[in-house]
Structure formats: structure tokens, C-alpha cells
Write a protein that binds this ligand. Structure first.
Ligand code: ITT
Length: 191
């Protein structure tokens, strides 16, 4: 079994990714390795932020690791919240962040959006990136209780329910993170 640090403290993400990667890899979170640091995410792209996370862990712990940065891009908001998804309203409170998005969009008929993920992997002394995206639209009111983040207001194209109405299996089969993580898993399967 291969141990890899996943540069996150988000339990939902760890669960989702472990399910996709399967038993061959044991994923450790930041708290599992005793890292309490607030790793800087100061980039203006998902890729820069993802790489900042793995650079930090490699410099400080010398461990093989991966980190992702994800977010929601809404066309009518010029790609926002983007890298600011976790704190769009100025807080990490997702109720407020969703409210802020819905207020900004108002009755704008252009509701197209996508979730994106970029994964940075540091493995065998090499740097790799894997990307995933899923297109969809933002609805006007929250629907569903599952998932996390902006899931209650995002309906992926080809579906009539939000990510928050899907089981984790359904979401994991199509999500931005699933796409990026499958690319990561595909890459790692030879090791
Ligand atoms: P870590 O930095 O600890 O990994 P995070 O919550 O900040 O956790 P990301 O940087 O990957 O996670 O994502 C930033 C925000 O984008 C996240 O807080 C959510 O609000 C939103 N987001 C990302 N992936 C999402 C998903 O699958 N469903 C809903 N919202 C998501």
C-alpha cells in the first residue's frame, strides 16, 4: 500500500478522493501528519494554489503528496468566485457565500458555470498536474442537503438535480474532482 499525503483538512474531500482512488493508496490528511499550519493560498489560479500546497509540504516534511485547488466559475460573474470560492463573502460560512452568489446573480438569465479542480502531485521527485471540470448552471434557490460548498445551487448539464441532491456515488462519478482524481489514480496505478 502506498501512503500519500492529501493536503487538505476538508473531511468531505478526503472521503470523496479516497473512494475514487481505492484501497491501493492510504491517504493521510494534514491533521494525520500533525500539520496545523494554514498553508498559504495566494495564487490567482487554481494551478498556482495547488502547487503552493505541495511545495509547502515537500519543503517542510519531504513527503510525497498531492493537493488540489477547486472552485466555482460563474460566467456572468466573470469567472468569480473562482479561487475565492471558499471565502467569497469574506467568511468561510457557506450559507453566506451561497447567499452572496445568489444576490450577485439576481435574475440574470445567464446562469452557466463550472466547477474546476487542479491537482498538484509531487511524487518520485517529479511534479505533475491533473485537471478536471464539469459544466452546469446555477439555480435561484438551494436544493438538497448532501455534499458541501456550492453543491445546493449547482446543476450539472444533463441532470435535473443539484450536486447536493445526488448520492456521493453519483456525484463522485461525474464531478470535477472525480475527473482530476481519476487522472491522478490512472497515473499512480503503475506504482
Ligand atoms: P482545502 O483548501 O482544505 O482543501 P477547501 O474547502 O478550501 O479545502 P478547495 O480549495 O478545493 O477546498 O475549494 C474551495 C471552495 O470551492 C470550497 O470551500 C467550496 O466552497 C468550493 N468547492 C470546491 N469543490 C466543491 C464541490 O465539489 N462542491 C461544492 N463546492 C465546492
Amino acid at each position: 500500500m502506498l501512503e500519500l499525503v492529501f493536503a487538505t483538512n476538508n473531511a468531505h474531500k478526503l472521503e470523496e478522493v479516497q473512494a475514487i482512488v481505492g484501497d491501493k493508496f492510504v491517504l493521510k490528511s494534514l491533521s494525520d501528519i500533525g500539520c496545523q499550519d494554514d498553508i498559504p493560498e495566494t495564487g490567482v489560479t487554481f494551478k498556482e494554489n495547488a502547487k503552493q500546497k505541495t511545495d509547502y509540504l515537500v519543503d517542510k516534511y519531504g513527503l510525497y503528496c498531492f493537493g488540489d485547488d477547486s472552485g466555482l466559475e460563474i460566467d456572468a460573474l466573470n469567472g468569480e468566485p473562482g479561487v475565492y470560492s471558499a471565502r467569497y463573502s469574506g467568511t468561510r460560512d457557506m450559507e453566506k457565500n451561497i447567499e452572496f452568489v445568489l444576490e450577485k446573480l439576481g435574475d440574470n438569465p445567464n446562469r452557466t458555470a463550472r466547477f474546476k479542480t487542479v491537482i498538484s502531485l509531487y511524487f518520485n521527485e517529479q511534479q505533475h498536474f491533473f485537471e478536471g471540470a464539469i459544466e452546469g448552471k446555477i439555480i435561484k434557490e438551494r436544493k438538497g442537503e448532501k455534499g458541501f460548498g456550492y453543491d445546493p445551487i449547482f446543476i450539472p448539464n444533463g441532470y435535473d438535480m443539484t450536486f447536493a441532491e445526488m448520492s456521493s456515488e453519483e456525484k463522485n462519478a461525474i464531478s470535477h474532482r472525480a475527473i482530476a482524481v481519476s487522472k491522478l489514480a490512472e497515473f499512480l496505478k503503475n506504482y
